[in-house]
Ligand binder design. Structure first.
Ligand code: NAG
Ligand code: NAG
Ligand code: NAG
Ligand code: NAG
Ligand code: NAG
Ligand code: NAG
Length: 538
């Protein structure tokens, strides 16, 4: 029963990167839940406050936690669950970060099995796995939530920012000039008072943007050298416009979240080239829309199109990220997601990150004016999304399980004379493969029923206007009758339970506990009913 919640969850905000990763994604299994129950008995074997290590990481429990806090000024703790796949994948990164940070005497890393250590888990309100918290100066009541990247390098940078001053003090114009010219991107905060609120907020911003070097200056000489007279944050970059100033509002002060976002947006290039090196930046900036130009960079005439594309980009900074995708390079991996072939280049696509809706021009026109008006029209809601649809196989309607595609979905699922049960799947998702036989058997069982249709749709190749699929497999039931109703099936994926559901008119005699939604940022929720919902990042 419990395995029923196991699902490949689509991280919509990363989706167009999706196919590149999907094939490599690891699978979860539901077995860990059993371990959760067995684990609990072992708990009281550990009574000493001895600090032991595993791979350079302190193994913490309720008896040695206080001692670890006492002995280490900066202690980053990972709360994990034995069954959590994300935690398993994080483990080697965490150990690598621990080695680097320990070697430099920067900080110490520890881990807590949050399932076995229920008391610690409750004390620190652990609600998702893995959760990382930083304990400073032995302060047990106010740990800081980890907000950095989930890889060793990200963790090291994030901790280093918290161990030492997060911004370099620039005493005079020369040191400032040297600092600025030493890196591609540098941020300098100019503050009349380094002890003031604005400067304090600036240090917090520096703690979040760990990939960028931060400096601070308070001397008049430095203000003058940069033509400034009031508190200002300046972003210096060796590309695009070179320098951007963000004056600090004297009334409202410096808003950490807003400044972090502005700096993140403006430190991206106006037009990004999609590659394995830039994908972190592209998706990490959390810009709500992407405008993509697909090019074959080996073709000179196509390369020319960049200029117009770039000219259109400036007006949408922060709102729409402009990205060039090389179909002859790394970009080839994402083409299937857009149902494109390399020979379709050059072409343009707009994508909304929140729901994956894609938009295209009726006919591609690459001039800056055309691109600008198209983007504006999509933002204004004047363009209909372009929905993918595969061609239906010839025998789609005669198989026990009907094979639906985007263009046939409406007529079948919303047929008012039929009860239609649809499986939405992804070809690469193993949880879907595991239930494939049961679905076929269900199809066989009901193939002669007049009013029951068992169907399936590959949701990676077919999109629907009003139904967004965010996990695989997703099972929806469309009962006969008017009103276009849709019921999501969230119970065990076996033939008997499916049958019971169908025979009972689209519900189960006793409804199973609902599965809690997992957040979409790569953590796993332990869920109140005790089921483990596995995720697979697309
Ligand atoms: C430890 O730090 C020293 C000095 O910073 C460095 O030379 C050495 O490579 C580091 N060792 C490891 C294993 O990181
Ligand atoms: C822990 O930190 C909080 C917030 O900074 C502070 O209010 C509290 O007094 C600290 N507790 C101890 C024991 O230092
Ligand atoms: C990107 O790919 C190149 C070539 O395949 C590889 O050498 C490099 O390490 C990769 N970089 C990242 C950040 O994955
Ligand atoms: C890109 O263009 C070059 C030159 O015309 C061609 O040889 C190559 O096959 C193209 N790449 C793709 C992926 O179509
Ligand atoms: C989708 O929803 C919109 C707004 O409710 C509606 O106008 C449209 O007809 C729906 N389309 C389909 C295919 O159900
Ligand atoms: C993940 O998302 C949850 C809720 O959406 C949030 O509470 C949590 O802080 C996030 N974690 C990270 C590491 O961003």
């Amino acid at each position: 029963m419990r395995g029923s919640a196991v699902l490949c969850v689509l991280l919509l905000s990363l989706a167009w990167l999706g196919l590149a990763w999907g094939a490599e994604g690891e699978e979860e299994d539901g077995e860990g839940v059993v371990a959760e129950e067995e684990e609990e008995d072992g708990e009281d074997e550990v009574l000493s406050d001895e600090l032991e290590e595993e791979d350079g990481v302190l193994v913490l429990h309720e008896h040695n936690f206080a001692r670890a806090l006492h002995e280490h000024r900066l202690l980053l703790v990972e709360f994990y669950a034995p069954w959590c796949g994300h935690c398993r994948r994080l483990a080697p990164e965490f150990a690598r970060a621990a080695a680097v940070l320990k070697n430099g005497s920067v900080a110490v890393l520890g881990k807590v099995d949050a399932v076995a250590q229920a008391a610690l888990s409750a004390e620190f309100h652990i609600e998702a796995f893995p959760t990382l918290k930083l304990f400073r100066d032995g302060n047990r009541t106010h740990p800081v939530a980890y907000s950095g990247r989930m890889d060793a390098e990200g963790m090291v940078l994030w901790m280093q920012r918290r161990a030492g001053p997060s911004a370099t003090l620039l005493h005079n114009a020369d040191t400032a000039a040297a600092f600025v010219s030493a890196q591609d991107i540098a941020v300098v905060g100019f503050f009349k008072e380094l002890q003031g609120d604005a400067a304090r907020a600036f240090y917090e911003v520096a703690g979040e943007l760990v990939d960028v070097q931060f400096g601070v200056a308070e001397e008049d000489e430095v203000f003058e050298a940069y033509g400034l007279s009031a508190d200002t944050v300046c972003l210096f970059k060796k590309f695009d416009e070179g320098r951007v100033d963000f004056p600090v509002d004297p009334e409202r002060g410096l808003d950490v979240a807003k400044m972090t976002r502005l700096l993140r947006v403006h430190s991206l290039r106006l037009v990004m080239d999609f590659s394995n090196e830039t994908s972190n930046e592209i998706f990490g900036a959390k810009i709500p829309h992407h405008m993509l130009l697909f090019l074959n960079t080996s073709v000179a005439e196509q390369q020319e199109l960049r200029h117009e594309f770039r000219a259109a980009a400036g007006a949408f900074r922060g709102e729409v990220l402009f990205v060039v995708v090389d179909v002859d390079g790394y970009g080839a991996t994402v083409l299937p997601f857009f149902n494109l072939k390399p020979s379709d280049a050059p072409t343009l696509r707009f994508i909304k990150m929140e729901n994956n809706r894609k938009y295209r021009m009726e006919e591609d026109t690459f001039s800056a004016t055309a691109v600008r008006s198209f983007v504006q029209a999509v933002l204004d809601g004047k363009v209909k999304p372009h929905l993918l649809s595969a061609e239906p196989p010839e025998d789609w309607n005669t198989r026990p399980v009907k094979v639906l595609v985007g263009k046939t979905f409406e007529q079948v699922a919303f047929d008012e004379t039929k009860n239609v049960f649809v499986k939405f799947y992804a070809p690469w998702c193993t949880h879907c493969q595991e239930m494939a036989a049961a679905w076929e058997e269900l199809g066989e069982r009901y193939k002669d029923h007049e009013d029951i249709v068992i169907a399936e749709m590959d949701a990676t190749a077919n999109e629907l206007e009003n139904i967004t699929i965010s996990g695989y497999p997703t099972l929806h039931y469309f009962p006969a009758g008017p009103g276009r109703k849709m019921v999501e099936y969230r119970s065990a994926r076996d033939v008997e339970t499916f049958s019971k559901f169908l025979e009972n008119g689209g519900k189960l005699p006793e409804e199973p506990p609902t599965v809690s939604k997992t957040p979409e940022n790569g953590t796993e929720s332990p869920n109140p009913s005790g089921t483990a919902e596995a995720r697979e990042e697309l």
